[in-house]
Write a protein that binds this ligand. Structure first.
Ligand code: FES
Ligand code: FES
Length: 157
């Protein structure tokens, strides 16, 4: 077995020291080494978006990103969007319209939208749909999710 590698990741604004095998994904490192279980393991092959986190503010697939490749970039998980017990702007908007059913896909959707809002504060409908196009939800028809996304944009305006 290959030796584990010592890494310091910047996660939700804090330096976090971990030791991982070379092929450990960022998703596995977050969930198993740091007990940050908001990012979910769905397909584990880059299709569903359940593992989405932000790297320097941009959405990435945690299951396709090696922990050793993160370097000094800032990792933001759903746990880092608001202080404990509070909701971030996208979470609040989704909650207000009842856009969560089983919730498995929700952290990835929240981070996909948060990444969009950081890059484009006033996205149009096409941009919202494009941002969500890589996040699969098996429960809903996306009507409520899009309604929540629009509400998040309004709240940010
Ligand atoms: S678990 Fe990463 S895209 Fe599905
Ligand atoms: S709320 Fe269940 S998969 Fe999206």
């Amino acid at each position: 077995m290959l030796d584990r590698i010592a890494l310091t990741l910047s996660v939700n604004g804090e330096p976090r020291e971990i030791r991982v095998a070379p092929m450990t994904t960022l998703l596995e490192a977050l969930r198993t080494e740091l007990a940050l279980t908001g990012a979910k393991r769905g397909c584990n092959q880059g299709v569903c978006g359940a593992c989405t986190v932000l790297l320097d503010g941009r959405p990435v697939r945690g299951c396709l990103t090696l922990a050793v490749a993160v370097g000094e970039r800032e990792v933001t998980t759903v746990e880092g969007l608001a202080p404990p017990g509070q909701l971030g702007r996208v979470q609040e908007a989704l909650e207000q319209v009842g856009a969560v059913q089983c919730g498995f896909c929700t952290p990835g959707i929240v981070l996909a939208l948060e990444g969009l809002l950081r890059e484009t504060p006033h996205p149009d409908e096409d941009a919202l749909r494009e941002a969500l196009s890589g996040n699969l939800c098996r429960c809903s028809g996306y009507v409520k999710i899009l309604e929540g996304a629009r509400r998040a944009v309004e709240a940010a305006s």
